[in-house]
Design a protein around this ligand. Structure first.
Ligand SMILES: Nc1ncnc2c1ncn2[C@@H]1O[C@H](COP(=O)(O)OP(=O)(O)OP(=O)(O)O)[C@@H](O)[C@H]1O
Ligand SMILES: [Mg+2]
Length: 349
């Protein structure tokens, strides 16, 4: 059982602040993702929890034990933190075969050979590599090596699992099945997981809560649904899902969009003056009969399960996605009407 408290943690590399004031508590048994664009500080944060990187400031507690403190100088090395970890570069040892790689953590724990082999086989089955036990890493694909690293992190059944983009090298189908396996295992063993990814769909699908980071700073922490429906700022709205941004103005309870007739209710009255109006493509209705906003269909992409339209409205090109739409119903050049639902309003800066 492991709760992780990361309290006001900073990491500076010279003048670069890779992580600034990271302050999040991951509950026992919780699955928390750290999500954000490349270079935002995800790996650095995870490595500080693991003990491969020393925080410049702040405290880290695992199950109420202080493992890192800039105040007292406490620093518990990685092997004493009781964690399993898959690194972004999924380092597997080239001179050991798959079984030896996965068995390594158990060997360190002095687990007897017979039990060791049994648990290694179980871990390999879990990542669909049961047949590959005798192979060496240079005889495996990137995705297979990544799964060896995952099996090695799981085999010791740690109470805290830290995963840094563990599925990035897998094809879409295998990635989905591995997501499911990791979640099922996490629930079964009741382990706490901190999962780093820049794939928002993965974070949404797997997590109890998501931590969205940008430029070293936590932007928002919340359940996937809350973050999707109530992003705190433009960055989060943009990074999670698809969104149209339009310049506009908020006055009292009303917002207007530059170059678009009519006005809309302001869902965030705290924002006043120059504003960014945001609407997700799936929250725009499109038809040829009637609606508040007029436009011209510019072009469309047939996606199989949906149609992805680009609609010219004044100077703006809006994206509209309709599930199950008839691809022949609205064609390029057609006059159309749009109706916006679930508008989001942000401060201009
Ligand atoms: N050892 C280091 N020395 C100097 N700068 C570093 C070091 N490690 C990381 N950084 C910098 O810290 C910032 C955060 O890096 P980090 O690896 O945590 O990003 P990330 O969110 O994991 O990105 P990615 O999605 O590309 O893996 C980057 O600007 C990176 O260049
Ligand atoms: Mg990284």
């Amino acid at each position: 059982m492991a709760q992780v408290r990361i309290e006001h943690v900073y990491k500076r590399f010279g003048k670069v602040t890779a992580v600034g004031d990271f302050d999040v508590t991951v509950k026992d048994g919780e699955f928390v993702s750290i999500l954000g664009p490349s270079g935002c500080g995800k790996t650095t944060t995870l490595r500080m929890v693991a003990g491969f990187e020393r925080a410049t400031e702040g405290e880290i507690y695992i199950s109420d034990n202080c493992v890192s403190s800039s105040k007292t100088g406490t620093f518990v090395p990685p092997e004493k933190r009781g964690i399993g970890m898959v690194f972004q570069s999924y380092a597997v040892w080239p001179h050991m075969n798959v079984t030896e790689n996965v068995a390594y953590p158990l060997k360190i724990q002095k687990v007897p050979k017979e039990e060791r082999l049994k648990r290694v086989q179980e871990a390999l089955e879990m990542v669909h590599l049961g047949e590959y036990a005798a192979r060496f890493p240079n005889q495996l694909s990137g995705g297979q090596q990544q799964r060896v690293a995952l099996a090695r992190a799981l085999v010791a059944q740690p109470s805290l699992l830290l995963l840094d983009e563990p599925l990035s090298n897998l094809d879409a189908k295998l990635r989905e099945s591995m997501r499911f396996e990791i979640l099922a295992l996490q629930k079964k063993l009741g382990i706490t997981v901190i999962y780093v990814t820049h794939d928002q769909a993965e974070a949404m699908a797997m997590s109890d809560r998501v931590v969205v980071m940008d430029m070293g700073v936590v932007q928002q922490v919340g359940r996937p649904h809350d973050i999707y429906t109530h992003p705190i700022n433009k960055m989060v709205a943009d990074f999670i899902g698809l969104v149209n941004f339009l310049p506009g103005k908020a006055t009292g309870g009303i917002v207007t969009i530059a170059g678009v007739e009519g006005s809309f209710a302001n869902p965030t009255p705290a924002v006043q003056g120059e504003a960014i109006i945001a609407v997700r493509p799936e929250n725009i209705d499109i038809n040829k009969e009637s609606g508040l906003v007029q436009g011209t269909m510019n072009h469309l992409f047939y996606m199989g399960d949906s149609v992805d339209y680009r609609v010219q409205v004044g100077e703006h090109l809006l994206r509209v996605i309709k599930k199950g739409a008839d691809v022949d119903a609205i064609r390029p050049g057609d006059k159309v009407y749009l109706t916006f639902d679930k508008l989001m309003v942000f401060n201009k800066d």
